[in-house]
Design a protein. Structure first.
Length: 157
């Protein structure tokens, strides 16, 4: 019986790794339609460290899509590092650390962000994604002005 539980856990871990790999790939390819297909209809996307006036939480696949669909027009991402993945006792949840490099289109400034993401997978889809990123890096890349960054962000709450 224990071996069966381990097999399920390993299967869930591989599934989570594959979803994260596709998540990053579709971001680099700027294919937000494929990217949003990775999400559950009732998913939650959270930004615990976002600046004030930035959404703390976006609920529902359609709201997440409205938030992210124009991202490629704002930041041109060049690469992501290979994620370092940490597993939790809940085999449907993984924690990933990775970095990205890109350029903010309006300012021409580099965008080098570090992320820690807590990702829950349910029935093969992202059901909850907590996105821990440094808003100071984003603000600086958007020209150092909080309002410029917020104006280019989405006001979904």
């Amino acid at each position: 019986m224990m071996a069966n539980n381990l097999n399920v856990n390993n299967t869930n871990k591989r599934e989570g790794e594959q979803i994260l790999e596709q998540f990053l790939k579709f971001m680099l390819e700027k294919d937000m339609d494929k990217w949003i297909d990775l999400w559950d209809e009732h998913a939650v996307f959270e930004f615990p460290f976002g600046p004030s006036n930035y959404p703390e939480k976006i609920e529902g696949k359609s709201n997440i899509y409205n938030y992210i669909k124009d991202f490629p027009k704002k930041i041109n991402l060049f690469k992501f590092t290979t994620p370092q993945i940490h597993y939790t006792l809940n085999s449907n949840t993984l924690i990933a650390e990775f970095k990205c490099e890109g350029q903010v289109i309006n300012t021409g400034l580099p965008y080098k962000q570090k992320y820690i993401s807590v990702i829950e997978i349910t029935n093969g889809k992202i059901s909850h994604y907590k996105d821990y990123w440094n808003p100071l890096v984003a603000i600086e890349s958007f020209g150092g002005n909080l309002n410029t960054f917020l104006d280019s962000s989405h006001n979904v709450k």
